[in-house]
Design a protein around this ligand. Structure first.
Ligand SMILES: Cc1ncc(COP(=O)(O)O)c(C=O)c1O
Length: 436
């Protein structure tokens, strides 16, 4: 093992040995070399005369560039576009995102957080965490309605055991907190550790729990952790902010899990993908929360250093122009207003769908699962197979939906204008009748 990795591991063990136990083999071995990148960063600060460290080309101390590329970036300086961004991201962007997390998470109550690390959007963040914390055979606990990409990351790539619980309770109304806690308890009993993924608003169901449910989840997981189980909780906040009803909590689950137990490490993944309606920019963030009452800056910065090493080993750094664009947007007085306006358009569609179902229009063919947030909702079919329905809709009506299980289909109302919503559901209903 490299000396730097040993030093980082010592730091973690000194502050919180439980977090050390959660690391995978890669997580223990990884480190950020103090080589070219670190020496280059030092030179950036001090080498005011000649900086012959950096692996880019400059002329007159400015990055060289092609006009045919730069002409596409009106409003940006060449420095904001062409040089490599720092491996963990543009410093000012990280600072502003951290302020945003605190502002949107009053329940954090000043808990210490790592500096958010910039990732090439959330998928990259999930992949980094899987490598840092998951070894072959580790348990990943998920609701049975989950984003399918977790399967590739954890099960296919890393050979983890994905264990699921029913997403909703027996009345099909609320999140199945009991199921989550039972599966986590079993995972911890078998391996001593568990990786729990919580994604609200949820893809595919479109459900966000209430504050009460979030508190129950937090209390339950803290109890398992305080009993000795080591739990990494990954909070996938891809759809954060798209909350449509009074029922759903308006804060991230992250707020309720910070500082609950030395054995519980909460990490938030979020980004501009859906929050900023900028799917292709590929800007995400990974932020670790304080695990207990001791001063933990050392632990948080050591985790940051390890993740930075992993980024260096994979994509080296995330695209600079995208980070600059997000930085400009976060500084803009219009960012929040514009985001809210887009959210409102999606909310109106969701409320319309809710009203149609409340009127019982489609009850004899399909009923909705609880939904109150996000991009999607799912229906449970009563009389036909979802794949048969999906292909019929596609071939006869040129309508695309996703079949998520033999009985369920997912509808992305995020991408259907409100004037077509009723026709969409009426056609799904008609197609169900045809199959019967
Ligand atoms: C639950 C969930 N997490 C993460 C992602 C991926 O986000 P990104 O495009 O930022 O990688 C998605 C995208 O569909 C998602 O539904």
């Amino acid at each position: 093992m490299h000396e730097i990795a040993k030093r980082l591991n010592d730091n973690i063990q000194k502050v919180n040995p439980s977090v050390y136990d959660m690391l995978s083999e890669i997580g223990r071995d990884i480190y950020m070399p103090e080589g070219i990148v670190t020496q280059g960063n030092e030179a950036k600060q001090k080498a005011t005369k000649f900086n012959a460290t950096i692996g880019i080309a400059t002329a007159n101390k400015r990055p060289m560039y092609l006009k045919s590329i730069y002409s596409n970036f009106a409003g940006f300086t060449p420095e904001e576009v062409f040089p490599y961004a720092n491996t963990p991201g543009v410093a000012d962007l990280r600072t502003l995102w951290k302020e945003k997390i605190y502002k949107e998470g009053p329940t954090l109550n000043g808990a210490q957080l790592s500096n958010p690390i910039v990732t090439s959007a959330l998928t990259h963040g999930i992949s980094l965490l899987s490598e840092m914390f998951c070894d072959r055979g580790d348990y990943v606990v998920l609701p049975d309605m989950f984003w399918e990409n977790y399967t590739l990351t954890f099960a296919v790539k890393l050979k983890a055991n994905l264990v699921t619980y029913k997403t909703f309770d027996e009345d099909n109304k609320l999140f199945n907190v009991k199921g989550l806690l039972e599966e986590t308890t079993k995972a911890v009993a078998s391996k001593g550790k568990a990786i729990v993924i919580l994604n609200f608003p949820n893809n595919p169901s479109g459900y966000t729990p209430s504050v009460k449910e979030m508190q129950e989840i937090s209390d339950g997981l803290a109890e398992i952790a305080n009993g000795g189980g080591k739990i990494l909780v990954i909070i996938d906040d891809a759809y954060f902010g798209l909350f449509f009803t009074d029922h759903c909590a308006k804060e991230s689950m992250f707020s309720y899990l910070a500082k609950r137990s030395p054995n519980l490490l909460a990490v938030k993944l979020d980004g501009i993908t859906k929050e900023g309606f900028a799917w292709g920019l590929r800007v995400g963030f990974m932020t670790f929360a304080q695990t207990c009452d001791n001063d933990e800056q050392m632990l948080l910065s050591t985790l940051e250093a390890k993740v930075t090493g992993l980024i260096r080993a994979t994509v080296s750094n995330s695209p600079h122009p995208s980070q600059s664009a997000v930085l400009h947007a976060l500084k803009s007085p219009d960012f929040e207003k514009e985001r809210e306006a887009c959210n409102q358009i999606i909310k109106e569609r969701a409320l319309m769908i809710d009203n149609m179902f409340k009127a019982g229009k489609y009850d004899d063919e399909f009923i909705p699962y609880p939904f109150n947030s996000g991009y999607f909702m799912c229906v449970k079919l009563k009389n036909c197979n979802s794949e048969e329905l999906r292909t019929l809709l596609l071939n006869n009506y040129q309508i695309g939906v996703i079949s998520t299980s033999t009985t369920d289909i997912r509808v992305a109302f995020s991408s259907v204008d409100i004037e077509h919503i009723e026709e969409l559901y009426d056609t799904i209903y008609k197609a169900c009748k045809e199959i019967k």
